[in-house]
Design a protein around this ligand. Structure first.
Ligand code: NDP
Length: 305
């Protein structure tokens, strides 16, 4: 039987792994199919303390993993399909069919990118529509692309793409960015980036079959429709928590975030950390901080039960 099973390997899961490993609990970490979470797909992380020149997201995750392993954390590349938190010990079922018995669990499964929900967008995911510039940007070298959204992700993706593509057009539904001021200013002052304010995407078109050629836009203030020729569409409109397997087993809020009190869920011995329980801050450093809190809470639980 495991002492503590940590589900997820973003900054929250890996920090929980480090702390529980250093406490001598030999944590088992279930990696999931996207090891490192969103951070692994981020280019340069400039706001994680301790790296004055920034650090690559994938490199940061790798270092966190090495640090946890040094103290005895073990990793398994599987996905959690089902849990039974009513049972003691807790039960965590993996995609390979194996069921793990564990005294405590920490959920750190993060969040996934949202899409606009247009049928034409769905059809062209992987054929010009993407939610990850770091993953797919290189396919659009010297071609025009659009980035949808006005948050920090949209800014980061636009700035990354501006170094590769011929032109970036940011499409935002309001007339001001949600993003932090510094990121918004960088986008506004980049000569390769144009911003279309108060504008929404109505359809993604593929005149060349299965290859994005253009998007149909509408100005929400004037109602005016237009078309913009682009080869790629990068959607950056927020995230949904990856709490699916835990629905009905721990309390979730109306948007699917796990409800926590100092990282404790409503089930004794089960904690949650990082973006899966944080609709507010969603930063690597806050995820890491909550991973530490969850580890300390799990340790306290194990010491008293
Ligand atoms: P956000 O929720 O911050 O922003 C989402 C953006 O998408 C908003 O501008 C929103 O518009 C827009 N949007 C949402 N739904 C739709 C829709 N259906 N159609 C059109 N537009 C839509 O998400 P992010 O992923 O950008 O950021 C998440 C968190 O991660 C934030 O806290 C952010 O600060 C952080 N982050 C930090 C980074 C950094 O500091 N380097 C990098 C990336 C993320 P509206 O503004 O009108 O609501």
């Amino acid at each position: 039987m495991e002492n503590v099973t940590i589900i997820g390997t973003g900054p929250a899961g890996l920090t929980a792994a480090l702390y529980t490993a250093r406490a001598g609990l030999r944590p088992l970490v279930i990696e999931g199919m996207q090891p490192g979470g969103q951070l692994a797909a981020t280019t340069t992380v400039e706001n994680y303390p301790g790296f004055p020149k920034g650090i690559g997201g994938a490199e940061l995750v790798l270092k966190m993993r090495e640090q946890a392993e040094r103290f005895g954390a073990r990793h398994e590349m599987e996905e959690v399909t089902e849990v039974d938190f009513g049972a003691r010990p807790l039960k965590v079922k993996l995609s390979g069919g194996r069921a793990i018995e564990t005294r405590a669990a920490i959920i750190a499964t993060g969040a996934s990118a949202n899409y606009l929900g247009l049928p034409s967008e769905r059809k062209l995911i992987g054929c010009g529509v993407s939610a990850c510039a770091t993953c797919d940007g290189a396919f659009y070298r010297d071609l025009p692309v659009a980035v949808i959204g006005g948050g920090d992700t949209a800014m980061e993706e636009s700035l990354f793409l501006a170094n590769l593509v011929s032109k970036v057009t940011v499409i935002h539904r309001r007339n001001e960015f949600r993003a932090s001021k510094i990121m918004g200013e960088r986008v506004k002052s980049n000569p390769k980036i144009e911003i279309r304010w108060d504008t929404v995407v109505e359809e993604v078109l593929d005149v060349k079959k299965n290859e994005v050629t253009c998007i149909r836009l509408r100005n929400v203030k004037t109602g005016q429709a237009s078309e913009l020729a682009v080869s790629g569409v990068f959607v950056a409109v927020g995230h949904t928590p990856n709490s699916g397997p835990f629905k009905g087993h721990v309390a979730l809020d109306e948007k699917g975030f796990i409800v926590t009190d100092h990282t404790r869920t409503d089930v004794e011995g089960v904690c949650a950390a990082g973006d899966v329980q944080d609709p507010r801050y969603k930063q690597a450093v806050t995820a890491a901080g909550s991973g530490c809190m969850a580890a300390l809470e799990a340790e306290r639980y194990l010491n008293t039960h």
